[in-house]
Design a protein around this ligand. Structure first.
Ligand code: ANZ
Ligand code: ZN
Length: 822
């Protein structure tokens, strides 16, 4: 008999699918359209085990939906701008495009081998001018709306990559890419006004609940960080040399205004320099130097001893007129709230720590029943009743908050305020390999967006190696013939902006480009967006929980507001696949536990690797490659494949005449697999198929036999379900079963509800040792019921022909032996 040979199958079927265009969505609206998307890859070398897992998951969904009859779009492309290409180019004295497109070709070939059911005609690369033209076009639309703007601001600076980083790219104080401790640098930079969308980004998460992982929603919520409270104005008392100065604080606890015993400004905020008296300036400057030397991590460490300096000034509490000493300290952050706080040591732990260090008073204003914080060193934050608070006395905390807000609002010294942790998105980078910012700076006209008909602003092609090296300013600044252009407005000599965009800009709208990748009238064809958006299933790693996913949501909302699309959320369902580990640890060079995908595919075949990825665990859990058995997967696939070789009935054989027991097993298995797929439990579907394969084999060997149409029915079902996980094996089975390709379009097996009705068995009725009737009965029928049924059976009545019965032996549910009196 023929052997299961995955190499031959892979070589045979991949070109057939390509030729038939099996995975190209149809241009008709008769079937509901569905859009499945995997987070597009970055072209760093060849595909790795992580890609293999994520793309196997997305492909299951795409293939399942196709089988269910939907018109499925499952595109693929590359996020192809970014630092690694540039670093490689510097090292090899090359252009980043060479490395980038060579890697893309390698990955594309691997994706094809891996049998991702992608529509290759939709392929996009964000570094193609045909793509970044529209990234630039969108930027100018954001600019016109005031949503892209420049400001001079202390920014996160990576000394190694010599570029700025968005807050989201700073992880525990270090550069997300290279791990270098990030420093601050004051620079004129471009920002997107994502803060304008904070409320909507938060509110619209409601419609994602239940369809996105809880964890991702929680992370986004926390990142947006909505805090309800109040702005309260304190007047900084005048001194001989300084005028009175109004300073606003953000507080979530205006009820504790009477408990404020000092006032703190962020030491590194401009405000500190403005407020400090001559006498204390030197001390402040010395302290600021000390603060600068600390990393963000050290600054925020809660266990660190509190530090600060007195500014020599006093702030007047608007509620009771008290004079509070103004300190400058680093535990107050310059870029949160207003950069200044009223300190309430009795009810805020950080303030209490500071008060104890500098011997400042502690006054309890909420009686929570707990011991005095001044004694215990523990601030009380719970529920309680206001005390020592004048007209607020006796109110519970919540009422105290609203009453205090009313008072300051009436007095004109404050108002209710909602503060966000979210900052505007810093998008400019001083690097070469990115989308050029389409702005021209003119001495007379200021910032002028590049007109649409002059887009794209192409990257110069002649830079190589060292010319691309980071110098703190963009390498583009050195290319004179590129920088110097006439102003689009007045024609005077002007200069291009030389920064490029954060690559997260490119990936914030690529899902919209896929719907019409060759469209030339705009970033996307509006009709195609109506046809395909939103993405019905998005698949990707949880590491993108805030960066990419928040930015994409923001872009979608802005583009909606521009009137260009009618969806507000880009991804209606999200799946975060787990990681592929080896020996319980993430694969890494330093641990030497990497597993090479290519080698696995050579050894076990594409199908076995894909099946193993899916079978190992629920999609969102990690897969430990040390614990799985691609060899075992391969054996299972061979067993399934052999069924198809053995089927001996014709295509279209009347299945209703087939063995009912096997048919029931088949229909039950398909029915359950459907539920599991709809519920995202892909791994158990494989277990179901293993059962079905075993039952079918048993039926061939010792039951119905290979020619029974029920065996064909079972095997076809196995092939169709396996086409989601092991496409080559499934196609080969399909061909062996006498069908034309492609099994991907076979259609999901229909389930006959009648065959799902509780398990029945065939009971045999014997009279004088001869079988005279067969009864279809419930598997758990009682002996009495079975006896009664048997004796009422027409055939039995006829054979007995009125004879008296001596004895009835019942072995429920399978046998009734009737012994007539002779
Ligand atoms: C007085 C007060 C009394 C406060 C009290 C808290 C408890 P979230 O919830 O994170 O928004 N705060 C405000 N701006 C700050 C800054 N730039 N750096 C450090 N701390 C800052 O926290 C809001 C609270 O954090 C504010 O409310 C303020 O302290 C502090 F019993 O004001 B509170
Ligand atoms: Zn001009």
């Amino acid at each position: 008999a023929a052997a299961y040979d995955f190499h031959t199958m892979e070589a045979k079927w991949a070109p057939v699918w390509e030729k038939l265009g099996v995975f190209t969505p149809k241009d008709d609206s008769s079937a509901e359209r569905r859009y499945v998307l995997d987070m597009f890859p970055y072209p760093s070398g060849d595909l790795h085990m992580g890609h293999a897992e994520a793309f196997a998951m997305g492909d299951v969904v795409a293939r399942y939906w196709r089988q269910k009859g939907y018109n499925v779009m499952h595109p693929i492309g590359w996020d192809s701008f970014g630092l690694p290409a540039e670093n490689a180019a510097i090292k090899r004295n090359a252009h980043p495009a060479e490395w980038t497109y060579a890697n893309i070709d390698t990955q594309a070939a691997s994706f094809k081998r891996y049998a991702i059911s992608a529509d290759w005609e939709r392929r996009i690369h964000t570094s193609d001018p045909e793509y970044y033209r529209w990234t630039q076009w969108l930027f100018t639309r954001f600019y016109d709306k005031g949503l892209a703007y420049r400001k001079n601001h202390p920014v996160n600076w990576c000394p190694t990559d010599q570029t700025v980083l968005a807050n989201e790219q700073v992880v525990n104080g270090a550069c997300e890419r290279c791990g270098t401790i990030v420093t601050k640098k004051s620079l004129n930079q471009w920002y997107f006004k994502i803060t304008d969308y904070a409320d909507r980004l938060l509110d619209d998460m409601d419609e994602l609940k239940g369809h996105w992982p809880e964890r991702v929603l929680a992370m986004q919520k926390n990142w947006i960080g909505r805090s309800e409270g109040a702005h309260v104005d304190f007047v900084i008392e005048a001194t001989d040399t300084l005028e009175a100065h109004k300073t606003t604080v953000f507080t979530t606890r205006p009820d504790t205004l009477h408990g404020a015993t000092f006032f703190v400004v962020a030491a590194d905020a401009e405000l500190a320099n403005q407020l400090v008296t001559q006498e204390h300036r030197e001390a402040l400057e010395a302290y600021q130097e000390q603060v600068k030397a600390l990393s963000e991590i050290e600054r925020q460490a809660t266990e660190r001893e509190k530090t600060g300096v007195f500014t020599g000034r006093y702030a007047i509490n608007p509620l009771n007129g008290e004079k509070l000493p103004v300190w400058a300290a680093d535990y107050v952050l310059a870029d949160y709230g207003t950069g200044a706080i009223m300190a309430v040591p009795a009810h805020d732990q950080r303030d209490l720590d500071f008060a104890r260090t500098f011997d400042l008073p502690v006054r309890v204003v909420v009686d929570t029943g707990a011991e005095d914080p001044a004694e215990t060193g523990i601030a009380t934050t719970g529920e309680g009743v206001l005390v020592n608070s004048g007209e607020l006395n006796g109110l519970p905390k919540a009422d105290g908050i609203s009453r205090a807000i009313d008072i300051v609002t009436e007095a004109g010294t404050g108002e209710k305020f909602v503060n966000f942790r979210l900052r505007d998105w810093l998008l400019s980078r001083q690097r070469f390999w990115g989308t050029p910012i389409p702005i021209i700076h003119c001495a007379d006209c200021g910032e002028v967006p590049v007109p649409d008909d002059q887009l794209p602003v192409r990257l110069p092609e002649n830079l190589r190696g060292e010319q691309l090296a980071p110098k703190g300013t963009s390498p583009l600044a050195a290319v004179e013939e590129w920088v110097n252009v006439p102003c689009p407005k007045c024609g005077a000599p002007a200069k291009r902006d030389t920064d490029t965009m954060d690559t997260f800009v490119d990936s914030s709208w690529y899902f919209l480009r896929f719907v019409s990748p060759n469209y030339t009238e705009g970033p996307f064809d509006p009709q195609a967006v109506r046809d395909w958006m939103p993405v019905g299933q998005y698949v990707g790693g949880v590491e993108h929980a805030i960066l990419h996913l928040l930015y994409s949501r923001f872009f979608t909302k802005v583009i909606f507001d521009l009137g260009l699309i009618d969806v507000k959320e880009p991804f209606s369902a999200l799946l975060n696949q787990g990681q592929v580990l080896n020996g319980g640890k993430a694969m890494s060079k330093s641990l030497g536990n990497g597993v090479d995908l290519g080698q696995q595919l050579d050894k076990f075949g594409v199908d076995a690797v894909r099946l193993t990825m899916i079978f190992a665990s629920p999609p969102e859990d990690d897969v430990d490659w040390a614990d799985v058995s691609p060899g075992g997967s391969s054996k299972f696939l061979a067993r399934a494949w052999r069924l198809a070789q053995d089927v001996a009935s014709e295509v279209g054989a009347d299945v209703t005449t087939g063995d009912k027991a096997l048919r029931q097993v088949t229909h039950k298995a398909v029915h359950e697999a459907t539920g599991m797929l709809d519920g995202g439990k892909f791994n158990v579907v494989i277990a179901k198929m293993m059962e079905l394969v075993n039952a079918t084999r048993k039926s061939i060997d010792s039951g119905a036999g290979a020619a029974d149409p029920a065996v064909r029915e079972a095997t076809e079902a196995v092939a169709i379900v396996l086409s989601l996980f092991a496409p080559y094996t499934a196609e080969d089975m399909w061909a062996a079963l006498g069908h034309e390709p492609a099994v991907a379009n076979a259609g999901w097996p229909a389930v006959d509800e009648a065959l799902l009705v509780q398990d029945t068995v065939t009971a045999v009725v014997q009279i004088k040792g001869k079988v005279r009737a067969r009864l279809e009965v419930s598997a758990d029928i009682s002996a009495e019921d079975l006896e009664a049924l048997a004796l009422q059976d027409e055939a039995v009545v006829r054979y007995l022909d009125g004879a008296a019965i001596n004895k009835v032996i019942v072995r429920a549910p399978k046998l009734v032996n009737v012994v007539p009196a002779s």
